[in-house]
Each structure stands twice: as structure tokens, then as C-alpha cells.
Design a binder for this molecule. Structure first.
Ligand SMILES: Nc1ncnc2c1ncn2[C@@H]1O[C@H](COP(=O)(O)OP(=O)(O)OP(=O)(O)O)[C@@H](O)[C@H]1O
Ligand SMILES: [Mg+2]
Ligand SMILES: [Zn+2]
Length: 574
């Protein structure tokens, strides 16, 4: 037998073989069983996810000598011909290159006469959305009066571009992109059958690069075999596909955690020297940060992470270095960098700028800590200091020792002396705390209400509506004064405050709180303000002096090398 590429050789021959499209195959199987096969189908979905394959299996199922059956035998002449692509019962037309009216007329002629007794013709129109308007109309006529035993399958990556009249006459199935796990499993199966030895790391790279398309995955495997032979090592596949070595990503994460611009820029320098594609690196960094973010939010064993089991412990470890907010910020910065790399000349400069922004963003994180410091140090605020420390964002707690050590200015501010810090600086990032699960140690500050009551309210909200429960979790202070219960959010959490601020959410919180507190209360969500806190802290000095003396402001100036240009109260603080 002549040489066949892997993707073609292992084209699924039965519905059961088709990976990840059970929602489609089950419906088709039932239709065949119950003799309810439609005249026209739309199979939509990304490239290489099984649309054409499913259409061919449908043809087999209808024409098998044992059929129509959902499980064609695969051995009769009809099954074999269809598998070999030589059957007259399957007509495959590429609508992208046969988009005109003449071709569709021809097609109508072809299908006008019923196929040989007891057989069905399956017409597969690939890229059906490319048909011209005229051709679509001609096709529509055929669909309106479908010839006996002719089934049209319109395969398309852009179903929204099909004309409505065609859509409304067809049954529509959407083929989904395949997950990393589905692709690796199928790759492993085929590698075994082909007697290829593929290192797990190489497998992961191929599966990731395929971005949900099994055909792409198999083509990459083919390419790797051509390059490496029957043993396919991780390193060579990375070189072949221009993928960034894993340790470069580790180096990047290390540089961010440590806040080292040197190390980050060193990476760009090395890439440039090695002639690597900088955009590739940025894309890989985006994928990596996405994995870390998912590990942080859903746990490192989540299916959503594109990684093999043996890569997961390292991902969990790296994810624990940053908070959810940090990682979200990194993700956004990298997306912006990717955009810059794509659209602007001089990729090196843009990558460097992007990495510097990452480093900068990771240094910014302790701001949340500074804000908390300031508020806890405010005299007369009745603040519970222990709770305020515990209420720090995970970013501050999870920062590695190295990064903590790099912030001497912060450690020596007056704020330190004014407010007894419950932890010595170095102990804050003890490894056991690094891995502390989310949700622990996030007690907010309270005034006029007890920590237990707040916890009870939060639990009740969580039970009613998980999402709302998560939002209130971000509140940093709960204050009950008279009939008013106010949840304060730090300025960087304004999005949460806004989301809670809707009438319905507030109403829910009000109901729950009134029940817990045993009396009717009003509820509001507000932003905390730095200036207001500072103003109440010291007497009637002029605003600028107060600000200049403020430990938070001073430590920020010291650390970021800034300058106060103007001090203003915001409208609502006047
Ligand atoms: N769901 C799947 N299960 C198993 N193999 C698949 C699947 N999807 C694709 N393949 C593999 O990829 C090859 C190409 O698939 P197919 O031609 O069905 O894709 P398609 O969705 O029609 O893509 P296109 O939009 O590019 O035409 C198949 O021969 C098969 O080896
Ligand atoms: Mg196809
Ligand atoms: Zn058969």
C-alpha cells in the first residue's frame, strides 16, 4: 500500500472513533436507527475537528450492506470504497473553489436522479459559506425539493455567513474544538500504533500547538517524525516547531517573582542572539501565565490547564508565587505586548518594554499591602490590626522571600513603628503560607459588627449565590452604623464594588444581613479613600503637609521614585 500521511491513515471509520463530538454522533446514530435522517445538515466548527470525517461515516452508515446502521461493518464494498475515497455515493465539493452558479447547477444535475437502488448519496459541500449568492439560491431550490435519498452536508467554519434560508432548512451541528487532554490521548494512541516513541514533553508541545485541531496535531506529529525519526525527543520538537524551551518560561517567572529587570532583559537578549522568534516567546508566555492563573483559581489538576501530569507540580509551585490579581495583570500586559509585537516594527523593543511592565506590575502589588498598613495604623478607627494583616491580598503573602527582601524602604517606614506588625517581615512568606488555600485568612476589618456576624452573613450569601459570595469576599471593611451596613472596598477593587452596587445584589445582601443581625438594615457598597483616611488621621494641617508626612505616601515616593505634584480631595470627600 502506498504511503499515507498519519492524519489520513487514522481517519476515524466509525462514530465511536470520533473524538470529542459525542453530542453530534449520538444524534446522528439515533436518526439513523429511527430512520429520521434529515435532508440537509450543517456541520460547523474549526478546522480539523472531524466535520468531513463525520459526513463520510454518515454515508457509510447509510450505505453499508448491513445498513442503514449506526455501526457500519467497514468490510463490505460500500464501506471500503467510502473509506478509500473512491465511492460514487459520496460527492465532495470544495465550495471555496466551485462557488459559482454553474457548479451548483451541475451538482443539481448530478443528484437529480436517485442513486442506485437502496443507496443514499451524501453530498459534502466544504466551506459552504463561500458560495456566491446565485449559487446559494440554486442550492436552496434543491434543498426545498430534495431528491430522494440525497443528503447534503454543508461543512463550514463560518456558519454565520451561510444565507438564512439555507440555515433554516438544515439541521445544524456544531463541532467543538478538542481539549488538550483529548488531543494528547488520541496522539498517544496513534503513536503507539505507529510505533513512535514520543517524550511526554514533546507530546505536550504538539498538543498545545495544535490549538484544538486534531488534524493539526497529527500533521505536527508527522512533521516531527520526518525530522526526528521514530524516537521523538522533547528538545528536538521544540527546536523544530520554534517553541520556547520550558526553562525560559521558568526563568521569566523567576525574574518576575524576584522583580529582576536584569534577568528579564537577559532573556530577550539570549533569544535575539539565538535568532528565536520573539512573538513566539510572547505567545508561549501568555499560555504559561494562563496555566498559572487557572492553577491558582481552579487548582493545578484542572482539565483546563494544557499540561501533562508531570508538568503540573511545577505549575502549582509557580502559581503559588503570585496572587490571582497579579496573574490577571500579567496576562493583560502580555496580551497587549503580543498586540504590539504584531502591529509594530522592532519586536525586540516591544518585548523588552512588555517584560519591564511585568516586572513593574509585580512590584506594584505590595501597594495593596501599603494601603492596608495605612488603614490599620489610623488612630481612632477601631481597626482590628490582626484581621487587617490577615486581610492582605494573597499577592503580598505569597511573594517569595527574595522579593520581600528587596523592599527595605517599605520595612523601615513609620507605618511599621506606628502599627505593631504581627509578623516579622521575613516570616510572612514562610513556605507553609505560600501554599495556603484561598479563602483562608481573608477576614475583613470590622466596625460595629463582629467578625463572626460578618462571616455568617458571607456564608449565607455564598449559599444563596456563589458569585455574589465571591464578590463580597473582596470587601476589606464592614461597618455597621445605626441602620446602615456598609461594605468598603479598596480602590483597586472598585470593579467588585460596582458589581455589588446593583439593586438586586444589595437587596440580597440586605435580606441576609437583616436576618443574621436580627434587625432591619440598609446595605451599601463604597470605596475606601486614602485621602479621607489620611485626613482623619492627623489634625487640621494643610492637606499637602499631611500628605507629605503620610507614611504610605512617603514609602511610595521612596520606592517608586515619584514626586507629589498636586494634592486634591475627591469630590465626595469634600
Ligand atoms: N474528532 C476527531 N476524532 C478523531 N480524529 C479526528 C477528529 N477530527 C479530526 N480528526 C483527524 O483529522 C483529520 C481531518 O479531519 P476532518 O477532515 O474530518 O476535519 P474537518 O473538520 O473536516 O476539517 P476542515 O474544516 O479543515 O475540512 C482526520 O483524518 C482525522 O485523522
Ligand atoms: Mg473537512
Ligand atoms: Zn459495510
Amino acid at each position: 500500500m502506498s504511503y499515507q500521511v498519519i492524519a489520513r491513515k487514522w481517519r476515524p471509520q466509525s462514530f465511536n472513533d470520533l473524538v470529542g463530538q459525542q453530542h453530534v454522533t449520538e444524534t446522528l446514530r439515533n436518526a439513523i436507527k429511527n430512520n429520521r435522517v434529515a435532508h440537509a445538515y450543517i456541520f460547523s466548527g474549526a478546522r480539523g475537528v472531524g466535520k468531513t470525517t463525520a459526513a463520510r461515516i454518515l454515508a457509510k452508515a447509510l450505505n453499508c450492506v448491513k445498513g442503514p446502521t449506526p455501526d457500519p461493518c467497514g468490510e463490505c464494498d460500500s464501506c471500503k470504497e467510502i473509506a478509500a475515497g473512491t465511492s460514487l455515493d459520496v460527492i465532495e465539493i470544495d465550495a471555496a473553489s466551485n462557488r459559482g452558479i454553474d457548479q451548483i447547477r451541475e451538482l443539481r444535475e448530478m443528484v437529480r436522479y436517485a442513486p442506485a437502488a437502496s443507496r443514499s448519496k451524501v453530498v459534502i459541500l466544504d466551506e459552504a459559506h463561500m458560495l456566491t449568492g446565485e449559487a446559494s439560491n440554486a442550492l436552496l431550490k434543491t434543498l426545498e425539493e430534495p431528491p430522494d435519498r440525497v443528503i447534503f452536508v454543508m461543512a463550514t467554519t463560518q456558519p454565520e455567513d451561510l444565507v438564512d434560508t439555507i440555515r433554516s432548512r438544515s439541521q445544524h451541528f456544531h463541532f467543538r474544538v478538542l481539549t488538550f487532554a483529548e488531543i494528547t490521548k488520541r496522539l498517544e494512541e496513534i503513536a503507539r500504533k505507529e510505533e513512535l516513541k514520543v517524550e511526554p514533553g514533546a507530546m505536550a508541545v504538539i498538543a498545545r500547538m495544535a490549538e484544538g485541531s486534531l488534524r493539526d496535531a497529527l500533521s505536527l506529529l508527522e512533521q516531527a517524525r520526518a525530522y526526528c525519526g521514530d524516537t521523538i525527543p522533547d528538545e528536538e520538537v521544540r527546536a523544530l516547531l520554534g517553541v520556547v524551551p520550558e526553562d525560559a518560561l521558568d526563568e521569566l517567572v523567576g525574574a518576575i517573582a524576584e522583580g529582576s529587570a536584569d534577568r528579564a532583559l537577559g532573556l530577550v537578549h539570549t533569544f535575539q542572539k539565538e535568532g528565536r522568534n520573539l512573538q513566539h516567546f510572547c505567545r508561549e508566555a501568555i499560555r504559561h501565565v494562563r496555566n498559572l492563573l487557572i492553577a491558582r483559581v481552579c487548582g493545578a489538576d484542572s482539565d483546563l490547564i494544557a499540561a501533562t501530569p508531570d508538568q503540573r507540580p511545577a505549575i502549582a509551585k509557580a502559581a503559588a508565587l503570585f496572587s490571582e490579581e497579579d496573574l490577571t495583570r500579567f496576562f493583560q500586559i502580555l496580551l497587549q505586548t503580543d498586540d504590539d509585537l504584531r502591529r509594530k516594527p522592532d519586536p525586540r523593543v516591544h518585548l523588552e518594554m512588555g517584560l519591564l511592565r511585568l516586572i513593574h506590575a509585580s512590584r506594584l502589588a505590595p501597594l495593596e499591602e501599603l494601603l492596608a498598613e495605612l488603614k490599620s495604623g489610623t488612630p481612632g478607627s477601631g481597626t482590628n490590626i490582626g484581621a487587617s494583616r490577615a486581610g492582605l491580598s494573597a499577592s503580598a503573602q505569597a511573594r517569595p522571600v527574595a522579593a520581600q527582601a528587596k523592599t527595605p524602604a517599605f520595612e523601615s517606614t513609620e507605618a511599621r513603628h506606628q502599627s505593631p506588625a504581627p509578623h516579622a517581615p521575613g516570616t510572612m512568606s514562610a513556605p507553609s503560607e505560600v501554599a495556603a488555600p484561598k479563602g483562608q485568612g481573608t477576614a475583613p476589618r470590622v466596625h460595629g459588627i463582629s467578625v463572626e456576624q460578618v462571616a455568617e452573613i458571607k456564608a449565607a450569601i455564598q449559599a444563596q449565590q456563589k458569585f455574589l459570595g465571591e464578590l463580597v469576599e473582596h470587601g476589606s471593611t464592614w461597618e455597621l452604623e445605626g441602620p446602615e451596613l456598609c461594605i468598603y472596598f479598596s480602590p483597586d477593587k472598585h470593579a467588585f464594588a460596582e458589581m455589588i452596587g446593583g439593586r438586586e445584589s444589595l437587596e440580597k445582601i440586605r435580606n441576609v444581613s437583616s436576618k443574621v443581625l436580627g434587625r432591619a438594615v440598609r446595605v451599601c457598597a463604597r470605596l475606601e479613600s486614602v485621602a479621607a483616611a489620611a485626613a482623619s488621621a492627623s489634625g487640621p494641617q494643610d492637606l499637602r503637609t499631611r500628605f507629605e508626612r503620610d507614611p504610605l505616601v512617603r514609602s511610595m515616593l521612596e520606592r517608586f521614585g515619584g514626586k507629589i505634584s498636586e494634592v486634591r480631595l475627591r469630590q465626595e470627600e469634600k
